[in-house]
Each structure stands twice: as C-alpha cells, then as structure tokens.
Design a protein around this ligand. Sequence first.
Ligand SMILES: NC(=O)c1ccc[n+]([C@@H]2O[C@H](COP(=O)([O-])OP(=O)(O)OC[C@H]3O[C@@H](n4cnc5c(N)ncnc54)[C@H](OP(=O)(O)O)[C@@H]3O)[C@@H](O)[C@H]2O)c1
Length: 258
Amino acid sequence: MKAIISETYGTPNTLKISEVATPTPKSNEVLIRVHASSLNFGNIVLITGKPLPVRLAFGITKPKYRIPGGDMAGIVETIGANVTRIQVGNEVYGDLSGSGWGAFAEYVAVDEKVLALKPRNHSFAEAAAVPMAATTALQAIRDKGMVRAEQKVLIHGASGGVGTFAVQIAKAFGAEVTAVVSTRNVDIARSLGADHVIDYKTVDFTKDDQTYDVILRVTGSHSISTYNRKLKRNGVFINVGGDSNQMFQTMLNQRGSL
Ligand SMILES: NC(=O)c1ccc[n+]([C@@H]2O[C@H](COP(=O)([O-])OP(=O)(O)OC[C@H]3O[C@@H](n4cnc5c(N)ncnc54)[C@H](OP(=O)(O)O)[C@@H]3O)[C@@H](O)[C@H]2O)c1
C-alpha cells in the first residue's frame, strides 16, 4: 500500500510517499481502508517533534510512529478473531493518536475500541474532521465544565478546531455562549450559534463587567488571574493546550481544570 512516511523530525517537506506492507490486524484489531484523514495540532507536534518533551512519547531522536495521521474515517476490510463490535463493511471513524497513529496510508490496522460507527448522513471527509478536536471539546464542556442550561460560557479561541466544536456543544447543553475570535472569524462564530461574539482585535473582553460560569481557554494569552477575575463565584476555568507555562499555571490554579 501507499503511505506517507515520517523518518525524521522536521517540516512537512521531510515526509515521503512510499510503498509499505499492508498491516495485518491482530486478534483485537480491524483493518480499515482509509477514505479520509484530517490534520490538526497533534499532527504538527508529531511531525516536528516540538515542543521537545513530546519526544518522550513520540521518539527521542526520530519519530517512532513512521506513518502519521490521527483522525480518520474509512471502511472495515477484515477483522481479527476476537473483534465483537465491528463488522466487515462497517463505515467507521476514530482518533488513532493514542493507538499508534498510521492514518496517512491506504490501510490501517487498529484496535476496535477506538472506533465508532460513522453516521450515514456524514461524508468520510466530514467524519474524519471530528474525533480529536470534538472529543477534546466534549471533555472540556461536558466533563470538566459540567455546563448546564442557562449558564454563561465564554470560549476564548472559538474559531479553531476545538473552539468551533465547543461553541456547538455548549449551545446543545442550553448555555448562553460568548465566543472570542478575531475579525475574520466573527461570522463563523455567529453561524455556529454563539449568542455573543467578541472580536478581540477591537474589544478586550477582560475590561467589561460580565462574569461567566465557565471559561474555556483554547487559545489566548491572558494570565490565569485575569480569567479567574471573569468567573462568577464557583465558576470553572478550563484550559486546553497552550504552552507549557500556561499548562503549569492551570495545574496550580485552584479553580482550573485541564
Ligand atoms: N485540535 C485538537 O484536536 C486538540 C486536542 C487537544 C488539545 N489541543 C490544543 O488546543 C489548542 C488549540 O488547538 P486548535 O486545534 O483548536 O487550534 P486552531 O484550529 O489553530 O485554532 C486556534 C484558534 O485560536 C485563535 N487565536 C489565535 N490567536 C489568538 C489570540 N491571540 N487570542 C484569541 N484567539 C486566538 C484562532 O482564531 P482567530 O483567528 O479567530 O483568532 C484559531 O481559531 C492547541 O494548543 C492544541 O495543542 C488541540
């Protein structure tokens, strides 16, 4: 089969298309013919090997996962002897970043437990854009934020991979959502259902009197204390991603959640 191979850390120019052996699924795995896979932050980290601490997981001197590609959608070709939930011919999608990557190839063999059946009303390309970013947003809004109807939720960085899903999920839970985005993404944030959209190029949301039950920072450089000041009593601050300094600050923050 053809696959995109990453032999060394660097820019996307280091990637090569090569012929490699089609994987054979183990007893708990299924072999998928990949129809679509998508790119996001995780792929950049895997290909560049930066920030450096990620190399503890991805390989110290060179990538240990030779075929990148996390999010994917495809059709099951064969199944291992102990597979119970997935059948040959199923249309599936999933995030392979926790199980060896490998989606930038014609075929990938993967544990059935990381797969879900693809909704019939979505294309392979649409399904492949969902798993990692949407699951991160779901964990942030539902599990960490425990967002409920009529709560006020602010999402800083609402127009990217995680933020666009977070807006829609918070709306689905009945929250009143404020999206903070740059000028070019104001219309996108509105179209996703945000009740209020703040263009951070022209307005500094930290300067008004509004406070929130939940603040999700996906991107944004304000200090943790500034976000805390914008929280209601018992409000929750959630941090997704950012640099190591922001993550460390969040871990020390009594009101924060990663
Ligand atoms: N994608 C995933 O699956 C995933 C999973 C786990 C963790 N993460 C982490 O989450 C973070 C964001 O990932 P992402 O995939 O959502 O990134 P992304 O698609 O690049 O989106 C980032 C958003 O931040 C906005 N932004 C940029 N500079 C900003 C600023 N100064 N103030 C406010 N907003 C700003 C950008 O939109 P504007 O032009 O509108 O500002 C953009 O929409 C990263 O640290 C990543 O490592 C991502």
